[in-house]
Design a protein around this ligand. Structure first.
Ligand code: AMP
Ligand code: MG
Length: 404
């Protein structure tokens, strides 16, 4: 077992556990939003299908209307129309025009269009008050070319990508099965909301903040309830958990007599590391139990959320083969001081905003027990070991992507 490792080393060890391949399932487009593609998608069509018009107006031969102006309009004979979806079947000859509507194919023989605002219809004729031009013709395949790959395995299906998949002609998509993530809360003092709170009790908030985080990362949370601080009970629960891709425990990984998660996993499983040089979340533990990766998150509500965000979320991204990164750093100017810690990388909670430049303020108390900081904040302020951040300084911030 490794101990006292850096954030970077810990992340590497966690990612190395994401070896499994998630099964693939097929879903209709309307259920694919937020899922992760399990196949590359080749466009089945050209878009536009043909050269088409981007404007309402008239299609004609460019050379017929070169000198057209208000003073010297050009008169063309209108031989038909081409609404979107009902293309004109004939051919445009010299001195002729076809009325076209946005999205309609350019009729054969025409190579230019003019917008309706620069024309006047007179019976079977149209007057052009400006030259017609090819610039408002969208060439065939301008957006999508048949046979090209536009979406890849591992791409999260965002609204734009879902639309793109539809535009390419796919009614159903192959996506990865959502990773199943067990959530087990430990602690004699932990009580479900709705039950009376005994003296010294605390409501089980971790299960629900983690549920949200797991969902946000594309996983399917499996709530395993809570377990007392007794090794046999913890082991029972772990072994009865059912098929999972990752198990999260909260609590029981510190130094105390009742920190049973670590003790149980040391004997029944295999602990990869325990303790990371960071704050909050220092007692984080990574273990395996019969092939199942387990993240032992510290019980403090902020610590469990921050460690899941920093390690559990990247693990789930890797497992889903996601092509986007689990988090990105920005630089922000500090408006309130943030305290660092000796020998530890620190993740404070801040509120990020744009006030002529990107700025960040504290959410207030930065104690690991103050869950409000995670509810009010929208970013983690990252301080390297042994560094405070004073007002006016620039710091690294990681937006909590699920609120920005
Ligand atoms: P532990 O990591 O077990 O030492 O717990 C650290 C702190 O987090 C203690 O104050 C616990 O009461 C609190 N805590 C542990 N589990 C939970 C939970 N599921 N929900 C809210 N607070 C918790
Ligand atoms: Mg505990």
């Amino acid at each position: 077992m490794r101990t006292g490792i850096s954030v970077e080393e810990a992340l590497e060890l966690v990612l190395a556990e994401a070896k499994g391949e998630l099964p693939v399932e097929e879903v209709p487009l309307k259920e694919a939003y937020g899922r992760v593609l399990a196949e590359d998608l080749v466009s089945l069509v050209n878009h536009p299908d043909q050269d088409d018009t981007a404007i309402d107006g008239y299609a004609c031969r460019q050379e017929d209307a070169l000198g057209a102006s208000r003073e010297n309009p050009v008169r063309l004979r209108v031989i038909g129309q081409s609404p979107a979806g009902r293309p004109f079947a004939g051919r445009v000859g010299r001195g002729e025009a076809v009325a076209v509507y946005t999205g309609a194919p350019i009729p054969e023989g025409a190579d230019a269009v003019i917008r309706v605002e620069d024309t006047r219809r007179e019976g079977d004729y149209v007057l052009l008050f400006a030259p017609a031009s090819p610039k408002d013709i969208r060439p065939q395949g301008d957006d999508l070319r048949k046979g090209e790959v536009y979406l890849r395995r591992g791409d999260l299906l965002t609204p734009g990508r879902l639309g793109l998949a539809a535009a390419m002609g796919y009614p159903r998509l192959k996506v990865f099965r959502r990773p199943r993530v067990g959530i087990l809360s430990t602690g004699d003092e932990v009580v479900e909301p709705g039950e009376p709170l005994p003296f010294g009790g605390v409501y089980n908030s971790n299960a629900y903040s983690l549920l949200g985080l797991v969902k946000e990362a594309g996983g399917e949370p499996v709530l395993l309830g809570k377990v007392e601080d007794q090794p046999e009970r913890v082991l029972e629960k772990l072994e009865a958990a059912g098929p999972l891709d990752l198990l999260l425990t909260s609590g029981g990984v510190s130094m105390g007599e009742y920190d049973v998660v670590r003790k149980v996993l040391e004997t029944a499983g295999e602990v990869v590391f325990w303790k990371v040089k960071q704050q909050p979340g220092g007692p984080l533990l990574l273990a395996r139990l019969g092939g199942l990766p387990i993240l032992g998150l510290p019980g403090n509500p902020v610590s469990s959320m921050v460690t899941f965000f920093l390690y559990g979320r990247p693990f789930l991204f890797r497992l889903q083969r996601r092509t986007d990164s689990p988090y990105r750093s920005l630089e922000a100017r500090v408006l309130t001081p943030f305290k660092g810690a000796q020998g530890k990388k620190v993740f404070r909670r801040g509120v990020l905003s744009f006030e002529g430049e990107i700025v960040v303020r504290t959410t207030g108390s930065q104690s690991s027990g103050v869950l409000r900081s995670m509810a009010l904040g929208n970013a983690l302020v990252v301080l390297p070991p042994d560094r405070d951040a004073r007002e006016g300084e620039r710091v690294e911030v990681i937006p909590l992507t699920f609120v920005l």
